[in-house]
Ligand binder design. Structure first.
Ligand code: URA
Length: 238
């Protein structure tokens, strides 16, 4: 891999930033100051340092994105995708860990680690996904009971139990929190349709115990820490 690609992939800066660092003699490979940003290294063997700090090779990246509405959760599409929002990780072959609908916002993880994605998405692994939503309709204790046993969707699919909490109710609308462990197409919207109501706003706030970072504005993203990564596969309910 080229040294400039390696360094920018590991969060050191853009290719331009990296070039400047190399020019300032701040980058070494096996303790030899390097001069060319197109130099090739073997990232599994060579020891790369920036200002004497070793840059450890990380084959996998995990990015937390605050997904805005209007962006598609896919790697390619006619419309703007979540991948298009991420800059500096072009060589990682990222994919979104599951999908949020185009008009759903909130926590989305992007990675190149397929096993991690499988672990998070498989309903057998029971990872909680928590959302807040605005509902056109009055959610009651009866709705909570219906969701607790699962509801039947328009195609006959019986959902797994979902935990529903009423945050507030207005004259004709309700603010709710819902925790589901599966991710069927338009699942939450279809669950509310099944009980005669409509979701008008949907935001994912948590995956497992990992919360969306409140300092990330819509469209912003950052790398997950190792500690945060562990939280994704931990639940409060199990
Ligand atoms: N359920 C939905 O209906 N939409 C989403 O984006 C996520 C869960």
């Amino acid at each position: 891999m080229r040294i400039d690609k390696f360094l920018s992939n590991h969060g050191i800066g853009s290719r331009k930033d990296v070039k400047a660092l190399i020019k300032k003699k701040q980058v070494t490979v096996n303790d030899i100051v390097i001069k060319k940003s197109d130099m090739h290294i073997d990232e599994n063997v060579d020891v790369v340092k920036v200002n004497d700090q070793v840059i450890k090779h990380q084959p996998f990246v995990y990015i937390m994105l605050h997904k805005p509405q209007g962006v598609v959760s896919a790697t390619e599409d006619r419309d703007q995708t979540v991948i298009d929002l991420i800059q500096g990780y072009e060589h990682y072959d990222l994919h979104p860990v599951g999908r949020l609908d185009k008009n759903t916002e909130g926590l989305l993880i992007l990675t190149n680690d397929g096993q991690f994605t499988h672990n998070v998405l498989s309903p057998k692994k029971h990872v909680d996904k928590t959302y807040i939503a605005t509902i056109d309709g009055i959610v009651t204790d009866k709705t909570i009971e219906q969701f607790k046993v699962g509801v039947t969707l328009d195609d006959g699919y019986e959902t797994m139990p979902a935990m529903l909490k009423i945050l507030s109710t207005g004259e004709t609308t309700s603010q709710i929190e819902i925790i589901i462990q599966e991710g069927k197409f338009h699942q939450i919207k279809r669950m509310f349709i099944a009980v005669g109501m409509k979701v008008t706003y949907l935001k994912r706030t948590h995956m497992g115990q990992l919360a969306l970072d409140p300092s990330l504005a819509l469209g912003e993203y950052r790398l997950l820490t190792d500690e945060e990564l562990k939280l994704v596969t931990q639940n409060s309910t199990s």
